[in-house]
Design a protein around this ligand. Structure first.
Ligand code: HEC
Length: 107
């Protein structure tokens, strides 16, 4: 019985580690896309962590949008901001949503 518990504990650790690595990879991808997507978020938005000072859209350090709000803006577009639906993959949208929601809350 003890070995079964050990196996379950090991499996839990094995599952948790890739999840963290995955999040770090998403954060890195989101940060990269922030300045490389076409058109780049950085052109229109200010975000301290990304070093951008765009002044056309809201300042993310103040707005601090959650991931769902970023996803919605990217899928549907909002006001004069274009939709990125055909430009970014679902994985890229998810990475940007995680990055912008987290980075905008960093001091
Ligand atoms: C051409 C300029 C432009 C670009 C490029 C741009 N945005 Fe925007 N964005 C805007 C404007 C303008 C608004 C405000 C729209 C409004 O509220 O009418 C906005 C709003 C937003 C909002 C707030 C949505 C809400 O619910 O209030 C988010 C989040 C956002 N943009 C994310 C992004 C991300 C991420 C990118 C890069 C993939 C990006 N934007 C690229 C101009 C831009």
């Amino acid at each position: 019985m003890k070995t079964l518990f050990q196996a379950v504990a090991l499996a839990a650790v094995a599952l948790a580690v890739p999840a963290q690595a995955d999040e770090a990879a998403q954060m890195a991808l989101g940060k990269k896309l922030f300045t490389t997507a076409t058109p780049a978020c950085a052109l229109c938005h200010t975000l301290k962590d990304a070093g951008s000072e765009g002044a056309i859209g809201p300042v993310f350090d103040e707005l601090q949008p959650d991931a769902a709000r970023v996803t919605r803006a990217l899928r549907d577009g909002i006001g004069s901001m274009p939709s990125f639906k055909g430009v970014l993959s679902e994985a890229e949208i998810a990475a940007l949503a995680l990055y912008v929601s987290r980075a905008s809350r960093m001091k």
